[in-house]
Design a binder for this molecule. Structure first.
Ligand code: CA
Length: 220
């Protein structure tokens, strides 16, 4: 999953980006509203984490423009604890949920998972497709009879495929879901991750379509 973090405070931005990356998100960080809008034009995101007080264009204006382009990307706004009016305005402009500053990272991650779940039309916190299940809270995957713990990047790759079972994702599409800006991608990184997922879960878990990409077969 790829997340755009829009936050002008350097300390908060650095801390949140690091937590997001540790939690297996490809996280891009911008520090003003104009850069947020150009990032959204250049790249598709699974979620936007949007501070409201921002230089050049504030968060309300960013949100208004996202929704006026009919972009359905889930948006979580970050607002001050006492600013009820801001929260109401943000939700009415099309935000999906909010986090109150100062926030606990654990709560932030849980709200992100909840918003992504709703967006995917998924009721259960565990993703499943046939005999594959993936738990975003523990990063555990199971296939047939084995349950294993995945690394952050193994998880990010399998999740990208599980979000769209039956769809073939190219190397570039997978890299986009796993690596944010400024993260070095080794040329065979995707193959390496597929190899280690197959080693952990069995070779049938991910299928390859030669020259095109990889998929998780749609069950039933
Ligand atoms: Ca701010």
């Amino acid at each position: 999953m790829r997340v755009l973090l829009v936050e002008d405070d350097r300390m908060i931005g650095e801390a949140v980006q690091q937590v997001l990356r540790e939690a297996a998100y490809a996280a891009d960080w911008v520090r003003d509203g104009v850069l947020a809008l150009s990032a959204l034009e250049a790249q598709s995101y699974d979620l936007v984490l949007l501070d409201l007080g921002l230089p050049r264009k504030d968060g309300f204006e960013v949100l208004r423009q996202i929704r006026s382009h009919d972009n359905p990307v889930p948006v979580l706004i970050v607002t001050a604890r006492d600013a009820v009016e801001e929260r109401i305005r943000g939700l009415d402009l099309g935000a999906d949920d909010y986090v109150l500053k100062p926030f606990e990272m654990g709560e932030l991650l849980a709200r992100m998972r909840a918003v992504l779940r709703r967006k995917g039309g998924q009721a259960s916190p565990v993703m499943s497709n046939g005999s594959i299940t993936l738990d975003p809270t523990t990063r555990e995957a199971s296939f047939d009879d084995s349950t294993v713990l995945l690394s952050a990047r193994e998880f990010a790759l399998l999740q990208a495929l599980m979000v769209r079972p039956g769809a073939i994702l190219s190397r570039q599409e997978l890299e986009d879901r796993i690596y944010g800006w400024n993260e070095e991608v080794e040329s065979n990184a995707v193959e390496f991750l597929i190899h280690s997922l197959r080693k952990k879960l069995g070779s049938r878990v991910i299928k390859n379509v030669r020259g095109v990409g990889w998929l998780v077969s749609k069950a039933g």
